[in-house]
Ligand binder design. Structure first.
Ligand code: EMZ
Length: 387
């Protein structure tokens, strides 16, 4: 009964030193492991920057070799960051609208209805991936059918089973986005591409490259993360049917449960920053032009902040987790992601199927000194609809 558990590989290092080390393609990273330090560093954009010259370097593993387009607003620092963010903030809050929620509910309901009919389901490819891709059509405001193309790309746009940095795969995404931008220029509509192309930025229109930067982030940032959270949630309810029953009886707890599951699963392990001048993190020297990372997954298990950090406490009262990041760079897609999880739980609680895990292959992230389970490469389950 522990397939849905996610271990905390950082505990010892967090308690003893507050810091971890990893070597990423020959470029070392000092990982900040305590919630307090992670939050502090996230604020300090002058010392720890996102918008440096080496595009892709703040991602761990670094994407410098497979990407030369800056992701916006993610790889930009204040004050410009805020100006870009202001262009897209309202758009990314649309998941709060009733019409959006109704459409999302319909999508998820029909996917769950479908898997309930199947003898067995591979959750990653047959549920989480289509769910993520179809929901993305709502976020981009484009036709539902387009999701089929994205489903074909698999769970990560830059990673494949054999390599964490797949340049060929990345090129498929870049070419696709170029073509969509050209289409939107020729025939503007009400989709995100068209809205961006029409936006005013510092008294001018955004360039094609800037639009592409926002779109790459929209495709890449919310893909494996959402897929992992959905898959992990199914595994969790398979092993904790009592939790699903509780949420059926107490739907008012679902909002808190969403936050708690996101804290516990922490779908994005960490995010890097580049050090701008010699300084210290957690009493360790951090040299100019070296990298640090803000380890959200470790911070979210910090026992000095979270009681019983390794337990899922569905109605956790104090939950200042940083699973969506912290400070000005906090996740732009968080409203959409939260709505997906809330809807999935609502639909599952309503149907209350019995879920049994038939087979599971874990997805373990290799962070050198630390090995962290982030989800599953495959998860076969059986849904039984009992009522
Ligand atoms: C980047 C990142 C954003 C990166 C919030 O995270 O997500 C990763 O999955 C991508 O590989 O390029 O978008």
């Amino acid at each position: 009964m522990d397939k849905s558990q996610l271990n905390d590989p950082f505990e010892k290092a967090r308690l003893e030193k507050g810091i971890g080390h990893m070597n990423d393609q020959g470029d070392p990273v000092q990982m900040l492991l305590r919630l307090k330090d992670v939050r502090k560093a996230a604020h300090q954009w002058k010392n720890f920057q996102s918008g440096g010259e080496d595009i892709g370097r703040i991602v761990v593993p670094s994407e410098e070799k497979i990407r030369d387009i800056r992701q916006i607003p993610f790889e930009v620092d204040p004050p410009e960051h805020g100006e870009y963010r202001a262009l897209v903030e309202a758009w990314f809050k649309r998941p709060l609208e009733d019409e959006y929620q109704e459409k999302l509910h319909k999508q998820i309901q029909s996917l769950i209805d479908r898997v309930l009919q199947m003898d067995s389901v591979e959750v990653v490819s047959e549920l989480a991936l289509p769910l993520q891709s179809r929901a993305l059509t709502l976020l981009l405001n484009i036709p539902y059918e387009e999701a089929e193309t994205w489903i074909g790309w698999g769970t990560h746009v830059f990673r494949s089973e054999d390599t964490a940095l797949d340049g060929d795969k990345a090129n498929i995404l870049y070419k696709y986005i170029d073509a969509q931008i050209d289409k939107a220029i020729a025939d503007p509509g009400e989709d995100l591409y068209s809205v961006l192309l029409d936006a005013d930025f510092q008294g001018r229109k955004l360039t094609k490259e800037e639009v592409k930067g926002v779109m790459i982030l929209t495709f890449a940032g919310g893909r494996d993360t959402v897929i992992n959270v959905v898959t992990n949630t199914i595994a969790y309810f398979a092993e904790h049917p009592e939790s699903l029953n509780r949420l059926k009886k107490e739907p008012e707890v679902i909002g808190k449960a969403v936050e708690e599951l996101v804290r516990y699963f922490s779908p994005l392990t960490h995010m890097g920053r580049v050090v701008t001048a010699d300084t210290h993190v957690c009493e360790h020297a951090a040299k100019a032009n070296s990298r640090i990372s803000l380890c959200w997954a470790s911070a979210n298990r910090d026992a000095s902040v979270f009681e019983q950090p390794n337990e899922v406490v569905l109605d956790r009262k104090m939950n200042p987790h940083v699973a969506f990041g912290f400070s000005h760079h906090k996740c732009l897609g968080a409203t959409h992601a939260r709505q997906i999880l809330k809807t999935l739980i609502t639909v599952l609680a309503d149907k209350s199927p019995e879920i049994s895990i038939l087979d599971a292959k874990e997805n373990i992230e290799d962070l050198d000194q630390f090995k962290r389970k982030v989800g599953f490469n495959s998860l076969h389950v059986q849904f039984k609809y009992t009522t």
